[in-house]
Ligand binder design. Sequence first.
Ligand code: BV8
Ligand code: ZN
Length: 241
Amino acid sequence: MPEPLVIDGDTRVLVLTGAGVSAESGIPTFRGAGGLWEQYRLEELATPEAFARDPGLVWRFYSYRREKAALAEPNPSHHALVALERRLGDRFLLATQNVDDLHRRAGSQRMVELHGNLFRTRCSACRREPFEDRRSYGPDSLPRCHCGALLRPHIVWFGEMLDPSHLERVDDFMREAASHRFVFLAAGTSGAVWPAAGFVEQARALGAGTWLVNADPAENTARFHHFVQGKSGEVLPKLLG
Ligand code: BV8
Ligand code: ZN
């Protein structure tokens, strides 16, 4: 077991999660989705260009992931983070790259969903608020807004800006944490996708102790003070317990 992650009365904890924390819930990783999607790369489907070119294909992809995520259950990774949030209150913030809604279903509240949420749909044109939507769509059932434009998944695609208010919330938390004991923990993320992959640098520059819990070394493993290799569902309950 690695050296204990000390969390005391003055500690602030910022957590970043990625697809790896949902792996033990059976959410098919994109490449392991089995057949249907293997001939595509996420970067080819999760873009505004792909949606403009073939909205039916993109809606089939997101409908497939909506159906899979709806059948999944949160796993011990999600529950361990809810327990920590309840213990720390406003000294805790979770930033997730995941769109599967499992953190919210497990009870996470102090959370920003950096890349959106599978179960919300929005208009591709007008300013209508994103809304809760659990339906499946495809080429012959393309959803349209009352303004006539196509509806799209409320997901941040590659090449699209993240919600500035989410990044601001992460920045504000880090700046406040800098004058206390500050722990940055990343779990189940390959550190490949920006700007989330840059959080560890920001945290280090603010004096944070940085931890990575991941099944394999990530692209930016070397940037973490501590690397605990293993399944997050097994490691997090022990590390944060
Ligand atoms: C933006 C929604 C630009 C889609 C996603 C520098 C700055 C800014 C942007 C860029 C930049 N450099 C490059 C870019 C462009 C791009 C980018 O980062 N490209 C990468 C591929 C190089 N970034 C963007 O486009 C971002 N937008 O900044 O716009 C801009 C700037 C100015 C003005 C205008 C525009 C938008 C990025 C968001 C893209 N959307 N999601 C969808 O999901 O359908 S990202 C997508 O990839 C998912 O969110 C997913 O989470 C993520 C993959 O990352 P991970 O979560 O880490 O998942 P991964 O599978 O890679 O890793 C899982 C890890 O878990 C593995 O390491 C594995 O070993 C481990 N694991 C497995 N099982 C377990 C486990 N660990 C523990 N336990 C287990 N059981
Ligand atoms: Zn509209």
